[in-house]
Write a protein that binds this ligand. Sequence first.
Ligand code: PLP
Length: 455
Amino acid sequence: MSKTQLKAVLTQDQLPTDYYNIQHDLPEPLPPPLDPRTLQPMSPEPLLRLFAKECVMQEVSTQEFIPIPEEVREAYLRLGRPTPLYRATRLEQKLGTPAKIYFKREDLNPAGSHKPNTAIAQAYYHRKEGTERLTTETGAGQWGSALALATALFDIDLTVYMTRASYDQKPYRRTLMEVYGAEVHASPSSKTSAGKKFLGQDPNHPGSLGIAISEAIEDCVTHDNTKYALGSVLNHVLTHQSVIGQEAKLQMEEFGEDPDYIVGCIGGGSNYAGLAYPFMRDKLRGRSDAVFVAAEPKAVPSTTRGEYRYDFADTGETTPLIKMHTVGHSYQCPPIHAGGLRYHGKAPSMCMLIDKGFMRSVAYTQNEIMDAGLLLAQTEGIVPAPESNHAVKAAVDIALECKRKNEAKTILFNLSGHGLLDLKAYEDKLANKLIDYEPDSAALGKALESLPVVR
Ligand SMILES: *Cc1c(COP(=O)(O)O)cnc(C)c1O
């Protein structure tokens, strides 16, 4: 037996008791959401029609720790929390790096990604507040299946609008949602007037996340006792994900390590914030000089080539304006396999931290990240989600940099999900069929030009 410690596993008692809210420690308060008509700050009041009251309160709260309800902790335990944290020694050896690489296993719950961490909390608050039915949208189906799992546990009905292209191409995630008892419609659908409008233009419309959001919100506001849930970007979602980093901190202590690099992929920012913010808390208090690296696709380069400014959170221009790094809400995200990273903006708190230099970001092409995924599969035996491969790639790059400089640094990345329902991406990679999309400046400039100007 090797003497090297390969994994850190926490006991049931070590499951976090509170969520950590970064808004308590940000260098300045978050810029307020604005009303798109008046460009004046908006009160959170209208959000109450859509979201659970507890979530709306958390959205604007600056309270450092928010107790995790016992029922939610019990559901976390049932679904495999605390998740283990592994050391990737075979990957280290393959790279020939003196660096140590650790990763957090958010792929291990029954839905296969970090998303149940917030889905369970949101479903619980809704149950407690008497919500009988939820609506939501999903692209590739990760969020839809996480919420379907959570609503099954808390006995709430769920209707999911799934983009038509994914509905046809990813039938297994649709089936998974139905197994958990959710009702799934291909979007655009004939269930809503928004859907009918797009179907009228093109009966074979492939749909988009923006259209699916409009349908889910319309369904919510036109039905009694129905609310809506969102799987990323919002402050309360990031707060729920903080269980990842709180556990990881304990686990790195168990390894006797303090990570020099903390790495993750960013779609809306929630899984990476989940891992990073409990460590960022130390950095914001001057107690750590860890380097934070967020990885995004070159096809959707919000933080690496976008602008930090006010934009709509959706394509249909129905939401308040929020300040974030964005490529513009009208930007057509190319059809990359990492469907969870096809979002024009990023979470406001993360964007502030990037803007102020507390966090850096990098971008990769599809072929680069899938190569990294193959490397992890062939060394550590785990097949990551295409989204997670962005984090793997960033960790590998840092490890190779350490090799050049002969530095034994410690790297921690988040494995946000498994790729066993994304084998098409691997099939295309192995058949050399993956296209590397990179927008030219003209395409990016055009989407940014149309944004509201806020002084
Ligand atoms: C949805 C998803 C992401 C991206 O969303 P974030 O909010 O940025 O975490 C990343 N990885 C996986 C596996 C996902 O399902």
